[in-house]
Write a protein of this length. Structure first.
Ligand code: GLV
Ligand code: GLV
Length: 326
């Protein structure tokens, strides 16, 4: 009997595919960094039972409507805004993601970005490498404190909570805003639930970890940045689409805020000519939130199990649209 066909849109760790290969015929797009061309993705989707996808692959209605055998789309990410979940559900296609396994790693990166931006770590390291360090000076590359400051977390899910936990070690006051109350974060981490406006006005560090949805699209506008303290630092580790980038640029130009640490952008990858890169108080990273070797291997293994489980008719560990399981 022929096994169902699974197409993987990028090279992933080989050992993470062992379990999947037992139940499926697997083909891997053989590039590590270049995305699979759209035409080829459509061609493969047309005959695939499973797609193993990256957040840079657009899994839209055009693709889903021309994939008669498709049973599962499994993303190597916790976010799944690249997938048209509504259409997938209508077609009975399971959509899977990789929550939990990446929460601590992504929180580490988010906190590192916060610290790097607050204490001007990247700027200072470049200063040394460029041979600019001639003298010690009292306020040389003086940054802003992290300990005992107020952190405002927008999106208090698993990653947000893990960031809050790190903030407790720095004795920060923790505010959060979320669609729903997170009582665990309130009782265990002392986080205070506040309105979005309160959070924006009171926080020294505003950290966005909210998923990208219709509700969070363009959430951070010029008005939002104007509302922040002029000493505030904005950190985004969710999706670029939550920020109106021209507005952030304007706010930085006008010094309405003190800096920004960004792991995500509206259009990724950004080029070196992106206007946000002209600011010395912006730390920009190439969307590496969950990128530790350990976690990327765990994520890859989870994606494989998700696909294998759906193909075997079992419940996958992480599914976004459980209703399709019937
Ligand atoms: C990364 O951004 C993810 O959604 O896992
Ligand atoms: C989102 O799913 C999160 O884990 O924060």
């Amino acid at each position: 009997m022929t096994k169902p066909f699974v197409f993987i849109t990028r090279q992933v760790p080989e050992e993470s595919l062992v379990a999947l290969k037992v139940v499926a015929d697997v083909e891997v797009w053989p590039e590590k960094e270049t995305p699979v061309p759209r035409e080829l993705l459509l061609e493969k989707a047309a005959k695939a039972a499973g797609l193993y996808t990256m957040l840079s692959d657009k899994i839209d209605d055009e693709l889903l409507n021309n994939a008669p055998n498709l049973k599962v789309v499994a993303n190597l990410a916790v976010g799944f805004d690249n997938i048209d979940v509504k259409t997938a559900s209508e077609k009975g296609v399971a959509v899977c993601n990789t929550p939990d396994v990446l929460s601590d790693t992504t929180a580490d990166l988010t906190f590192a970005l916060l610290m790097a931006t607050g204490r001007r770590i990247v700027e200072a390291a470049e200063y040394v490498k460029e041979g600019k360090w001639q003298n010690w000076a009292p306020l040389l590359l003086a940054g802003t404190d992290i300990h005992h400051k107020t952190i405002g977390i927008v999106g208090m899910g698993r990653i947000g909570s893990a960031v809050a936990k790190r903030a407790t070690g720095f004795e920060m006051e923790i505010l959060y805003h979320n669609r729903s109350r997170n009582t665990k974060a309130e009782t265990e981490l002392g986080a205070e639930y506040v309105s979005f406006d309160d959070l924006i006005e009171r926080s020294d560090y505003i950290v966005c970890l909210a998923p990208f949805t219709e509700d969070t699209k363009d959430l951070f506008t010029y008005e939002t940045f104007k509302q922040m303290k002029s000493s505030a630092i904005f950190i985004n580790a969710s999706r670029g689409g939550v920020v109106v980038e021209e507005d952030l640029i304007k706010a930085l130009e006008e010094k309405s805020i003190a800096g920004a640490g960004l792991d995500v952008f509206r259009q990724e990858p950004i080029s070196k000519d992106h206007p946000l890169l002209t600011f010395s108080n912006v730390v920009a990273l190439p969307h590496i939130g969950s990128s530790s070797v350990e976690t990327r291997h765990e994520m890859a293994a989870l994606v494989s199990r998700n696909i294998a489980n759906v193909l075997k008719g079992d419940k996958p560990e992480a599914i976004v649209n459980e209703e399709v399981l019937g």
